[in-house]
Each structure stands twice: as C-alpha cells, then as structure tokens.
Design a protein around this ligand. Structure first.
Ligand code: PMP
Length: 389
C-alpha cells in the first residue's frame, strides 16, 4: 500500500497531463493551464467497496459529480458551445447568448461555461421550480426567465420559449450584419453534439480506465446522450459487453427497450414524469424518444426497472456504508448495477455513472419530509437491504 505522500504524488492516475506540462519538471498535482474547462472530464472510477464485496462482482461508479459544475452535463455544455463556435454561430465577448430550456444540471453547466468562455446565458424554466435553483443560476450570472408550466406541444412551453428567444437573437444579429453575436439554442435533448461528446470522450475514458475489460455498462437516460455515446463507443471494441438501461418509475424507456413499445407503466405516472412535478428521481426517465436516445437503439441489450423507494434506500446505503453522497439518478444507476451483479457470475465487471452529488437534492430526494409526503420511507439502510434486492 502507498504512504499518504506516495498516494498524493501519484496524482489522480487517470488524469492526462498536457504535453507542455510533462516536458518540464512538474508538480505531482495536475495543473489545468486552460482554466476551468480543463477540469471537465477525466473523472475517476471509484470501486463501490461493500457492494462489490456483497455481490462478488467488481462494481465501479464513474464519479461525474467531480466535474467543476457538479455533473457530467459540463461535458455536454462544453461540446455544445465548442461546436457552435466552430460553426461560427457563437463569437465570444460580443454579447452572444446561449439559450436553454431546462430545470436541471444542464443550466448550471451552461451558466458556468458561458462565464468562462465569454457568453451570456439565458435559461427558461417553469415558474413552479424550487426558488433555490433560480437563485443558484442567477448567482452564476445567468438570466432566468420563468414561464407558466404548459405541455411541450404548447408554444409557451419553456423549451419552445428558449428556442424562440435564440431564433430572435440570431435573426437580429444576422440582420445587423454581425453573425455569431446573437445566440444559439443549446437544445440538449435533440442536438447530437450531446451524443458526440460521450462517444468521443466519456466512452474512451471508460475504455481506458477498464483496460477494455468490462462486462456490463449500466446507465439511466434523460436525454440519452450518455448511454448512447458510451455504448456506441464501447460495443464494437468490447464485443461481449452488455449494456443495460436503468429506468426509474414512471419512465416509458423500459418498455421501449424490452418490448419496442412506448408507454409509461400507468397514465398517472407518465403524466407526473412528463411535467416533472413531484418526481422523486430527477434527470433520468422520459416518455418520448429523443434524437440522442435514438442513437442507443440497437446497442442497449436490456433494461431494469428501479422504483423510487429502491433509489431512496440505495442512496441512504451509499451514504452510510460507502461514504458516497449522491443524487437520485446515481442511486437508480447503482440499484440497477447491483441487480445485474446478483444475476451475474462472480467477478463480473460492472461500470455505472455517479451523475451528481446529493447536495443538489437537499430539498427533495434528500429531504425526509418530502419523501414521507410522497409515501416513501427515508430510513437508513444497511447490508440486509442489499441482500433483499
Ligand atoms: N442525471 C444527472 C444528474 C445528470 O447529470 C445526467 C447527465 N449524465 C443524467 C441524469 C442523464 O444523462 P443523459 O441526459 O445523458 O441521459
């Protein structure tokens, strides 16, 4: 085993140094000469110690919560901005604005990266979203526009408003003879810049970190970008790999993967998830087919349903027994990973994602009162819980 000093000197092993840095005497601690964007990605895999021991498998979580904006959406935000720059749709420090309709982590990642890259950021969200999210985005320098919650087919749905604002800004810029100074619609659900970054970056990271020795990749899907990108990269390189979708309560993707039909388990659950009202699990689960998820069709082998209670109990377990404080989508991923492990031969290597930290979820998923109102049991769990799964 390593002394503490050797441990620190080894750095975080998986991080690449820039060629410039490695040609000089360097500190063992990584330096990001390119600023905050250099801190995005290259996240470590962390062995889930007790879960590996209890199942006899090797279960690893990719610690995406270590990204500077707190989730893997940093990768997507960077990809969307970089691709828009390449197309000439965004020119920095001209007042150009990135627009997005989102209630989640993507807004936070976009807001941060817009500051780092010289853009304005405009987030449109429904007006019933927790006010701490609005405050957070405003502290990060974004303009937040709140609209009445309506159906996605309505022109005033927050996603459609964001698209319209971007189109208006772009038109003004083009009319004024200053292309690139208006705005772009980030559009994370439909743009394949999302899929692309996971295919080109996240997938290769998992391949390198496992040395290509991986039996199962488990992941939930919100936009589907992560699942599709990682799976499409890994499958041809690891022909024996199985890809398993982790699907939360109320999402229609499970039925799409298992039976090739798209319906939520119950109408009420479907409605709840469509409007993201009182959903306990945030960020994954959806009832429409996005362009990003389409890229995953044909490379997903199986799907696992995960109940809200299972996610709640697993998050409590991960906190108590592993010292990992994660959000709801990470908990869903780990439940599915453990279920897969229990059905697999000993020594099976499983990787999933730990998407964000529990600190993002203090008023819902990590609020005992909120959970009890939803009829869920927030009690701490131990090893007997894993045995019961
Ligand atoms: N939950 C959280 C908190 C996330 O950051 C992400 C992104 N990795 C997801 C869920 C789902 O990812 P995707 O949109 O790529 O399906």
């Amino acid at each position: 085993s390593l002394t503490l000093f050797q441990f620190w000197s080894a750095g975080s092993g998986t991080r690449r140094r820039s060629p410039a840095a490695s040609s000089r005497p360097v500190s063992p601690v990584v330096v990001h000469d390119d600023g905050v964007v250099g801190m995005i990605g290259n996240t470590p895999l962390v062995r889930l110690m007790t879960l590996s021991e209890l199942t006899g498998c090797d279960i690893f979580g990719k610690a995406e919560f270590l990204n500077p904006g707190g989730s893997s959406k940093d990768r997507v935000a960077l990809s969307i901005i970089t691709e828009a720059e390449r197309r000439g749709d965004l020119v920095p420090h001209t007042g150009a604005t990135v627009f997005e309709g989102t209630v989640g982590s993507t807004g936070i990642s976009l807001a941060l990266l817009c500051r780092a890259r010289g853009y304005r950021c405009h987030i449109v969200m429904p007006d019933d979203v927790a006010s701490d999210k609005v405050a957070m985005l405003e502290r990060l320098g974004a303009t937040v526009e709140r609209v009445r919650p309506v159906s996605i087919i309505d022109a005033n749905h927050f996603v459609n408003v964001a698209r319209r604002r971007a189109e208006e800004a772009q038109e003004r810029a083009v009319r004024g003879g200053r292309p690139g100074t208006g705005g772009v619609f980030a559009n994370q659900f439909e743009t394949l810049d999302n899929f692309k970054v996971h295919y080109e970056v996240t997938g290769p990271e998992v391949y390198e970190q496992t040395g290509g020795e991986l039996d199962v990749f488990v992941m939930g899907a919100g936009t589907g970008g992560t699942l599709a990108g990682v799976a499409r990269y890994l499958k041809p390189r690891i022909p024996t790999l199985r890809v398993v979708l982790a699907d939360p309560q109320g999402s229609g993707l499970f039925n799409k993967v298992k039976h090739n039909v798209f319906y939520a388990p119950t109408e009420a659950e479907g409605r709840r998830r469509r409007h993201q009202i009182d959903t306990v699990v945030e960020g994954i689960g959806i009832n429409r087919l996005t362009r990003n998820f389409e890229q995953a069709l044909g490379v997903v082998d199986d799907a696992m349903r995960v109940t809200d209670q299972e996610a709640v109990s697993m998050a409590r377990y991960l906190m108590r027994e592993e010292g990992l404080f994660v959000g709801s989508s990470s908990a869903v991923n780990v439940v599915a990973a453990v279920k897969v492990a229990k059905m697999s031969r000993p020594g099976t290597r499983i990787v999933t994602l730990l998407c964000d930290s529990g600190t993002r979820h203090l008023t819902k998923f990590w609020s005992d009162d909120f959970l009890r109102q939803q009829g869920l049991d927030p009690a701490p769990t131990g090893r007997d819980y894993i045995a019961s799964l």
